[in-house]
Design a protein around this ligand. Structure first.
Ligand SMILES: Nc1nc2c(ncn2[C@@H]2O[C@H](COP(=O)(O)OP(=O)(O)O)[C@@H](O)[C@H]2O)c(=O)[nH]1
Ligand SMILES: Nc1ncnc2c1ncn2[C@@H]1O[C@H](COP(=O)(O)OP(=O)(O)O)[C@@H](O)[C@H]1O
Length: 190
């Protein structure tokens, strides 16, 4: 894998990764976002092949066994992984490839692709994180609790990332993200 750049975006559930990535692809024309495979059930409005590739545990295991995933991890009792072939294809095409993945996956990528850029999205505080997660209204109380406890572990690793961005004001966080991606991309853009 050469030409394009690989960007990894992590952060606690509810920090605003999905919101920022959606804006990033609007602002950076050569950005492409990988669609992960997951065993998690679709949320209301999520479309198979668009938001995730929804898999049964057996199908996911088959992806692992056939070396179809660049990385994978278990998060909150479900498995999530990055399909290898499509990432390679878009990297070869010289695009800015974006992976929105958890902390465990991020460090697997750093091992395999040391030149990848690791970006950590932080909430302004745990209180705000909790409010956003509840406000999104997609998770049960039990799952919210699991995600808040995972957030503490995730936040403890933020300094291992290449850059930390606090998602307080959305426009400001988005501008900082776009400018970082463009800055790195400029080094390899033709
Ligand atoms: N390792 C890994 N983590 C992933 C992948 N796709 C999504 N995730 C992470 O899994 C966690 C849960 O994602 P999701 O269930 O969509 O919840 P959300 O982050 O609250 O929207 C988040 O930290 C995602 O970044 C993947 O392909 N690999
Ligand atoms: N800067 C922000 N200010 C206020 N609310 C935000 C901000 N960024 C995201 N949100 C909201 O917080 C919730 C969680 O954001 P989301 O992008 O789903 O997070 P993640 O993908 O990290 O789990 C959503 O309801 C989203 O609209």
């Amino acid at each position: 894998m050469r030409r394009g750049n690989l960007f990894v975006i992590s952060g606690p559930s509810g920090a605003g990764k999905g919101t920022l990535v959606a804006r990033l692809v609007q602002a950076v024309p050569d950005a492409w976002v990988s669609v992960s495979a997951t065993t998690r059930a679709p949320r209301k409005g999520e479309i198979d092949g668009v938001h995730y590739q929804f898999k049964t545990p057996e199908q996911f295991q088959q992806l692992i066994d056939t070396d179809g995933l660049l990385e994978w991890a278990e998060y909150s009792s479900n498995r999530y992984g990055t399909p290898r072939a499509s990432v390679a294809e878009h990297m070869a095409a010289g695009q800015q490839v974006i992976l929105e993945i958890d902390v465990q996956g991020a460090f697997q990528i750093r091992e395999k692709v040391p030149e990848a850029h690791l970006i950590f999205i932080e909430p302004p505080s745990m209180e705000v994180l909790e409010a956003r997660l509840r406000g999104r209204g997609t998770e049960t109380e039990e799952v919210i609790e699991q995600r808040l406890s995972a957030a503490k572990v995730e936040l403890s690793r933020k300094m291992e990332y290449d850059i930390q961005l606090v998602n307080d004001d959305l426009d400001e966080a988005c501008a900082a993200l776009v400018s970082y991606v463009n800055e790195q991309a400029e080094k390899t853009r033709g």
